[in-house]
Design a protein around this ligand. Structure first.
Ligand code: ZN
Length: 354
């Protein structure tokens, strides 16, 4: 993994350049930004540069013993820590501290990456703070956090902050068409839906997302012409989606949260169309004509409330509420807001979904 392979992130690369040039390496970093934009890759690339015999510029040479081990994934001084369930627990930090008692095996730098550092329990954070205050020599800590505001300020103040930005749609499209078999229109659909995360777009491309997405959008179009009873049936059927979806690294199947994210993007698009905001911001650009037709028959208020209904369903599901109940509530609300009450409703929003 080389810095030169990381897409974008020029600001972060500049910062590492100056660290390497000055040969004064801060021992703790806070990498901020959403998942899937190169934070872990940068931590690996940095490990390579720091431990390389003959680095050239910011990149490791790729052929010396430590570079080769890092590329092969068996470098002993690159350690990652992930939440155990929802949290990073005190036992995990204690185990980490014990392993830091030994000097780095390679004789160079050991890099410890803590994923989702913001979900440390209070006890874990306080214990880790002590480690940061008196770091054992040769260790470098990289805290990855999408929500740095949830970290202890005393931890944040001891870290060099490096911000990673979401990638542009064009950057993701370019990478998708290079790394996968996708055609440009499909790559564009994924790039828009991935919200700046190349990692998510790549997972989508290797999954059933594109096929499933059409069906999910079709459901929402159909919802407006159907009765309350049909909306409830649709809810029961939709609740069968897998709970674990593409938000799980390595997943090849889209699931419940991916469906809700598509529905949220659908209402967001309808709001944009309704308020005549520039078309180029549409996420579901390939449904542009149907969206326009649909938006003309719906009030701004009902679209806003529909968007909020989907958003609330996502939050309820994260709180581990029963998916069937959450979806029944959400779809019945959405059906009513579309004016399809009690079966005497209107025709489906577009003919092709009826
Ligand atoms: Zn090297």
């Amino acid at each position: 993994m080389f810095f030169s392979q990381i897409i974008g992130q020029e600001k972060a690369k500049h910062l590492f350049e100056s660290v390497v040039r000055r040969k004064r390496v801060p021992h703790a970093y806070l990498f901020t930004g959403i998942a899937g934009i190169g934070k872990t890759s940068a931590a690996k690339a940095f490990t390579m540069t720091l431990n390389c015999d003959t680095p050239s510029g910011l990149d490791g040479c790729g052929v010396c013993p430590s570079c080769r081990k890092i590329l092969n994934g068996n470098f002993p001084d690159f350690i990652t820590l992930e939440p155990d369930g929802q949290k990073i627990k005190i036992e995990q930090i204690r185990a980490l501290n014990r392993s830091l008692g030994y000097a780095p095996f390679s004789g160079g730098y050991r890099v410890v990456v803590i994923h989702k550092a913001e979900v440390m329990t209070v006890e874990a954070a306080n214990s880790f703070l002590k480690t940061l205050e008196e770091p054992p020599p040769g260790n470098i800590f990289v805290l990855n956090a999408a929500e740095p505001r949830d970290l202890l300020p005393t931890i944040v103040s001891r870290c060099q902050r490096v911000s990673f930005r979401p990638l542009k749609i064009e950057e993701i499209v370019a990478q998708l068409t290079k790394e996968t078999q996708l055609d440009v229109p499909s790559a564009q659909i994924l790039a828009r839906a991935a919200d700046g995360s190349l990692g998510l777009a790549l997972r989508m491309s290797g999954s059933d997302y594109l096929e499933r997405r059409k069906g999910w959008i079709g459901k929402i179009f159909r919802l407006y012409g159907c009765s309350g009873a049909e909306a409830l049936n649709m809810a029961v059927e939709s609740a069968k989606e897998d709970r674990a979806g593409l938000d799980q690294p390595g997943s090849v199947k889209a699931g419940l949260f991916d469906m809700l994210s598509v529905w949220a993007s659908f209402y967001r698009d309808l709001l944009l169309v309704r308020t005549d905001t520039a078309d180029r911001f549409l996420i579901n650009e390939d449904f542009r004509d149907q969206l326009k037709k649909a938006a003309s028959g719906l009030s701004f208020q009902s679209l806003l409330e529909s968007f909020q209904t989907v958003d609330r369903a996502v939050r309820d599901l994260h709180r581990m509420r029963n998916p069937t109940l959450v979806l029944e509530n959400a779809l019945l609300n959405l059906q009513k807001m579309g004016g399809g009450q009690g079966g005497h409703g209107r025709a489906p929003l577009t003919d092709e979904w009826s």
